[in-house]
Design a protein around this ligand. Structure first.
Ligand code: ZN
Ligand code: FE
Length: 256
């Protein structure tokens, strides 16, 4: 099997976009559809035609270009079953644990609610990549617009169960502000300090900080580290539940 090809770029101010392409069958999917012009430009760069959109959740900055792209290319739109009425142009609604074919690749759907109530992530085991929308960011997680801390923690735990070397592509380039915040709750973490430095240097050079990996996030992302003794000590929450620690970190980030 040939490799999955990936083209990453940004749209609007901080939406992080990804096109994936199976060279053997010629299929191309956009993970979400934040902005038609940016996606068209990327397609042109690679000489690809958009056959699919994999929608993670219903927010406007993730579905904005659905109908325009569908009209232009006849694109098939796949999205979360629990948000099907809110996804423009959806053709196929998918649920947790469902697998579907994208050319020669199998895509696995992981339910990751919290940011929205029906959000999903897409995992392609053979390519060792996952697309986590606004659930897991590098050094952060999505705001809890529709879900509870317990719901989001469970979603993040599902992602943490993926193989450590899985490359993570998320919906926004928020790494720099996330790094500043992460250092306030986990200031003694040397892996975090190193990653923060790397992020600042990449951003300064105008380069993306993504993809990241599950292993790297588990070592540095405070939202995946509610169990960590030194974070707990910092928050004065030594004996609290993981859920309470996670909720406190999320609350602090909201007010950061
Ligand atoms: Zn969102
Ligand atoms: Fe978003």
């Amino acid at each position: 099997m040939s490799n999955l090809q990936i083209e990453q770029f940004t749209a609007h101010s901080d939406n992080f976009c990804v096109l994936i392409h199976d060279p053997e069958t010629g299929l191309t999917a956009s993970i979400d559809a934040p902005e038609e012009a940016a996606i068209l430009e990327a397609l042109k760069r690679r000489g690809w035609k958009l056959t699919h959109i994999f929608t993670t959740h219903h927010h406007g900055d993730h579905v904005e270009a659905n109908l325009a792209l569908k009209k232009r290319f006849g694109t098939e739109i796949i999205g979360p079953s629990d948000e099907r009425s809110k996804i423009p142009g959806i053709d196929r609604a998918v649920r947790h644990g469902e697998r579907f074919a994208f050319g020669n690749f199998e895509v696995e759907v992981i339910s990751t609610p919290g940011h929205t109530a029906g959000e999903i992530s897409y995992h392609i085991p053979a390519a060792k990549v996952a697309f986590t929308g606004d659930t897991l960011f590098s050094l952060g997680c999505g705001r809890l617009f529709e879900g509870t801390p317990a719901m989001m923690l469970k979603s993040l735990q599902r992602l943490m169960a993926l193989p450590g070397d899985t490359e993570i592509y998320c919906g926004h380039e928020y790494s720099e502000s996330n790094a500043r915040f992460a250092l306030t709750v986990d200031p003694d973490n040397s892996a975090l300090k190193e990653r923060a430095k790397e992020i600042m240097a990449l951003r300064e050079a105008g380069l993306p900080t993504l993809p990241t990996t599950i292993l790297r996030e588990m070592a540095t992302n405070p939202f995946l580290r509610a169990h960590d003794p030194s974070i707990r000590r910092n928050l004065n929450m030594d004996s609290a539940s993981d859920e309470a620690v996670f909720a406190e970190i999320r609350k602090r980030k909201d007010n950061f």
